[in-house]
Write a protein that binds this ligand. Structure first.
Ligand code: SAM
Length: 376
């Protein structure tokens, strides 16, 4: 199957699909630094800079992918919605779909797409697809399902003009692997937060993000049971997204090294795309979609659903873990020496936390106070 990857970023979707056996034929990405990574990692593949300038897909494309910009849709962003300046680029995707009618489409975005404005974003996407003759299915998938200690939920929508996408996307369901709670595990959190939330994650890092509440790309922090507060090395952040270490290093030739955090935070986790690629190439799944409930037009959008032209929509009771690979401990997963969280960062975080009404664990607060005082 030949893939055209729009909004390709550093190619998380396309790398995963290639690992499954698909071939990348076209990439499109506007950011110079991300494009520097694509040029290096997908040598020989045609790369276009702007989705709005592509009028047709090359001949023979089987799958169009688009992890379209989420800034207007995410809880951490400005919530302008599906027609915001950046997320509104989905319109350019639909112009291309209308012009070229690829057999398959894979879209990816943040789960808030299902809730913002009572799901106006997902309503728009599914309505457009249905009008163009596509059946669609979506579900939320968590990167932790693939054994990686990174809590990251994203919506993946698969649409097809020729087949039933629900039979590929919505027929595998597994239980979340047991969290390794206990005194000897590391915890992840966002040191840039502390007012509205912490992004607290047990034995994993919280969702690695492209931006932060304080306007700079920043890594999450990790609290080790021995009292250390650190941030992961960028190479481990790449691995936490399923990339090989140093995947984004070519970006340094085109911009500041810190921008790699934005690129990694914006990326799609490679193993999720690999799983979808395998489902696509696996061919004819005959298992029925599990636990479906007909969805009324006024019901809130569920975490998984399917529909198509002239058929009723159905919600599907399915979790975010299509598979459940054994999860490695966060401290065992990290391969590179993590730099300590700076004193300034820890101090600022502690002040925000003390002013907030967030519930938190006393051991954590004590360890943080100890860390701040040691380094003062
Ligand atoms: C959510 S990220 C996608 C990440 C990507 N799927 C990955 O795995 O790395 C959205 C991307 O869309 C790119 N973008 C924004 N506007 C664009 C445009 N007009 N044409 C092409 N790419 C654009 C951004 O630079 C960003 O890299």
């Amino acid at each position: 199957m030949k893939v055209a990857g729009l909004f390709a970023g550093v190619g998380g979707i396309e790398l995963g699909l290639e690992q499954a056996g698909l071939t990348t034929s076209l990439l499109c990405e506007i950011d110079d630094r991300a494009r520097a990574v694509l040029e290096h990692r997908f040598a020989g593949v045609r790369i276009e800079p702007d989705v709005r300038a592509i009028t047709r897909l090359p001949r023979g494309i089987d799958l169009l992918t688009a992890g379209f910009p989420c800034q207007d849709l995410s809880q951490a962003g400005n919530t302008r919605g599906i027609f915001g300046r950046r997320s509104g680029l989905i319109r350019a995707v639909f112009q291309l779909i209308t012009a070229s009618r690829p057999p398959w489409i894979l879209l990816e975005n943040v789960p808030f797409l299902l809730r913002l404005d009572r799901g106006r974003g997902i309503a728009y996407v599914t309505r457009k697809l249905e009008r163009l003759g596509y059946r669609w299915a979506y579900r939320i998938v968590n990167t932790q399902a693939f054994g990686i200690p990174h809590r990251r939920e994203r919506v993946f929508l698969l649409a097809s003009r020729t087949s039933d996408p629900a039979s590929l996307l919505l027929t595998q369901d597994s239980l979340a692997p047991d969290a390794h709670a206990g005194p000897d595990v590391a915890h992840g959190f966002y040191w840039t937060e502390g007012t509205r939330g912490l992004g607290w994650a047990v034995d994993s890092v919280p969702t690695i993000k492209g931006g932060s509440g304080i306007g700079i790309p920043s890594p999450p922090a990790i609290w080790f049971p021995d009292g250390r507060f650190v941030t992961p090395d960028i190479r481990d952040a790449e691995r936490l997204q399923g990339f090989p270490a140093n995947w984004t290093r070519p970006a340094e030739a085109a911009g500041r090294p810190a921008h790699r955090w934005t690129l990694v935070g914006n990326a799609v986790s490679v193993p999720v795309a690999r799983w979808i690629g395998r489902r696509l190439l696996g061919g004819t799944e005959t298992k029925p979609v599990l636990r479906t409930v007909e969805l009324s037009r006024t019901a809130p959008w569920p975490r998984a659903a399917f529909g198509g032209p002239g058929t009723r929509r159905h919600a599907v009771e399915i979790g975010a873990f299509p598979v459940s690979r054994a999860r490695r401990h966060l401290h065992e997963f990290l391969r590179f020496d993590p730099p300590p969280l700076s004193h300034r960062a820890a101090d600022g975080f502690q002040r925000r936390l003390l002013r907030s009404s967030l519930s938190r664990r006393t051991e954590f607060e004590d360890a943080l106070a100890e860390y701040v005082s040691q380094r003062a």
